[in-house]
Design a binder for this molecule. Structure first.
Ligand SMILES: *[C@@H]1O[C@H](CO)[C@@H](O)[C@H](O)[C@H]1NC(C)=O
Ligand SMILES: *[C@@H]1O[C@H](CO)[C@@H](O)[C@H](O)[C@H]1NC(C)=O
Ligand SMILES: *[C@@H]1O[C@H](CO)[C@@H](O)[C@H](O)[C@H]1NC(C)=O
Ligand SMILES: *[C@@H]1O[C@H](CO)[C@@H](O)[C@H](O)[C@H]1NC(C)=O
Ligand SMILES: *[C@@H]1O[C@H](CO)[C@@H](O)[C@H](O)[C@H]1NC(C)=O
Ligand SMILES: *[C@@H]1O[C@H](CO)[C@@H](O)[C@H](O)[C@H]1NC(C)=O
Ligand SMILES: *[C@@H]1O[C@H](CO)[C@@H](O)[C@H](O)[C@H]1NC(C)=O
Ligand SMILES: *[C@@H]1O[C@H](CO)[C@@H](O)[C@H](O)[C@H]1NC(C)=O
Ligand SMILES: *[C@@H]1O[C@H](CO)[C@@H](O)[C@H](O)[C@H]1NC(C)=O
Length: 437
């Protein structure tokens, strides 16, 4: 399980990128995991200097190495006092709480030599931007258990602008790093912090689960404010033939009470890398504003995989160009070895209880001819459309049903709701209750 609570993510990049539980109004498991640790040390005891200039990678690494010895004694806390703590890539350890006091800022070094380089993720087969290796994230967890990154609204600032400059000028040697990445880890909580200026993604759980997000199970994101240049929350699960071969789905995801803004992307995005499959996703009580799109599903031929059983409810949209989109020709390929006949499946997507103001496009649902998007169910949606010139609805190679939807949707989505509600993915399905939608 990965739980993200009360956090603020600002500027640049994707905020939470889930390439990969519980149900019923709140992330569970957070209370016991947030028990105080019996041992705590301050980063000062390891010679760290919080002047924003001294490099503290070794202090962090030594402190974490020391705290490893408390793993079987209830774990330990690494306390970061107020100050500006510059560091390169660091590795966390199991049963660790990293606590950032009010006024504590961990700063990512702007020297690329301070960032480790690692091989590509197996489900991607290459770096996302460049073939070959990638930079490791600022804060890393590999095969960890029971890790908490929290504080009194401290900040993790990637100072990522240099990475965006290298990226735009084509001078990157490897694909960009993220701020925080957990790989093959379980029982992770990130809370009460502000994340700023990521070089690429902010928080990237991959191959994580409650037994074992890209390709993660049991991720819960609650009570966050996320403001990004590109997608705010992105669910992913591997890229074409590499993702199909690796076969790790992203599933059992909950997103609730979040305020999301994505100036050029989607507030909530699915794909386009989804070759391991994405299913059982619950999104509720979300406020999406000042964004290019509200919720966007992306895939393309060659991906294989599926996006299914998604329930989105209680959405407030404001100043959003496109409220909802599903695109069957979106996304590039890692190389030319992908199988164009690997068609993605898109099925059982329900969107209900939506109010939107200043929307230009209500919905654009463009499926794939050989694999149409099916069982798109729209209920109780009311969007006030501005006087933009784009078509309000755009549909092809999709089918679904709708009821109480304004403006009136395209004919493809107009089959009677009551006739097809059994095909609609419902909250009751997710909650396992025998109530009708
Ligand atoms: C969350 O709680 C539910 C109900 O108690 C339980 O079935 C589920 O396994 C829990 N999830 C985790 C990750 O503990
Ligand atoms: C961090 O862990 C990775 C492997 O997970 C390893 O390659 C790297 O050397 C470690 N870095 C440090 C500073 O320990
Ligand atoms: C967030 O911080 C507040 C005040 O410091 C604390 O009461 C609360 O338990 C914290 N919540 C989490 C989820 O860390
Ligand atoms: C946390 O800090 C950020 C700035 O670092 C601020 O914008 C935000 O309002 C703070 N949140 C809380 C809950 O104090
Ligand atoms: C890429 O590698 C070259 C040669 O090692 C180095 O001079 C350059 O600074 C590197 N660029 C970046 C952005 O890391
Ligand atoms: C309406 O939303 C668009 C973004 O789609 C924004 O540029 C524009 O300023 C908004 N208009 C008002 C009156 O807020
Ligand atoms: C429609 O959704 C709104 C919230 O957007 C809610 O207040 C209202 O009760 C819903 N109506 C029906 C018929 O479910
Ligand atoms: C399906 O998509 C193809 C293009 O891929 C288009 O030619 C065709 O008209 C579409 N069919 C429907 C029913 O929208
Ligand atoms: C709904 O189902 C009834 C009976 O099963 C059928 O007569 C009717 O035409 C259907 N309506 C639509 C819009 O599919």
């Amino acid at each position: 399980m990965l739980v993200v609570l009360f956090l603020l993510l600002l500027a640049l990049g994707n905020a939470v990128e889930i390439s990969g539980e519980e149900v019923g109004g709140q992330c569970n498991n957070t209370k016991q995991t947030l028990q105080p640790r019996p041992h705590s040390v301050s980063i000062l005891e390891f010679g760290a200097v919080g002047d924003g200039k001294s490099l503290n990678t070794i202090a962090f690494q030594n402190a974490i190495f020391y705290l490893k010895s408390f793993a079987d004694k209830g774990g330990a806390q690494l306390y970061v006092p107020p100050g500006r703590w510059l560091t390169g890539s660091i590795n966390l350890t199991s049963h660790l709480t990293l606590f950032l006091e009010k006024g504590a800022i961990i700063l990512g070094s702007q020297d690329q030599n301070h960032w480790d380089v690692v091989g590509p993720l197996p489900s991607y087969g290459r770096g996302t931007e460049l073939p070959g290796k990638r930079y490791r994230s600022l804060i890393n967890g590999y095969k960890l258990q029971d890790v908490v990154i929290t504080g009194d609204n401290g900040t993790i600032d990637g100072q990522g602008s240099v990475w965006w400059d290298w990226f735009s000028s084509g001078s990157l040697n490897y694909s960009r790093p993220h701020l925080v990445e957990f790989e093959h880890s379980d029982n992770i909580i990130v809370s009460n912090l502000t994340f700023l200026n990521a070089p690429s993604y902010n928080i990237h759980p991959v191959y994580c689960s409650s037994k074992l997000s890209d390709s993660s199970e049991g991720v819960c994101i609650e009570d966050c404010t996320i403001s990004t240049g590109y997608d705010s929350i992105a669910l992913k699960s591997g890229w074409d033939e590499y993702g199909i071969a690796f076969g790790k789905p992203t599933r059992d995801i909950q997103i609730r009470r979040v305020d999301l803004q994505s100036s050029t992307g989607a507030a909530i995005a699915f794909g386009s890398e989804m070759s391991g499959g994405i299913s059982n996703v619950l999104v509720e009580q979300v406020h999406l504003y000042n964004s290019d799109s509200g919720v966007e599903f992306r895939t393309t031929k060659g991906r294989g995989g599926y996006i299914e059983n998604v329930m989105i409810s209680n959405v407030e949209l404001k100043n959003v160009h496109k409220a909802f989109g599903a695109c069957g020709q979106c996304g590039s390929h890692p190389d030319d070895k992908y199988d164009p006949s690997a068609l993605p499946v898109f099925d059982h997507i329900t969107i209900e209880d939506v109010i939107g103001t200043n929307i230009t496009v209500a919905g654009s649902f463009i499926g794939i001819k050989e694999s149409p998007f099916t069982s798109i169910c729209l209920f109780n949606i009311s969007l006030s459309i501005n006087s933009g010139s784009a078509p309000t609805w755009e549909c092809s190679n999709v089918s679904g049903s709708s009821e109480l939807v304004f403006p009136e949707p395209c004919p493809e989505l107009k089959s009677s709701y009551s006739n097809s509600s059994s095909a609609c993915y419902s909250l009751s399905t997710i909650y396992g209750k025998a109530t009708a939608l």
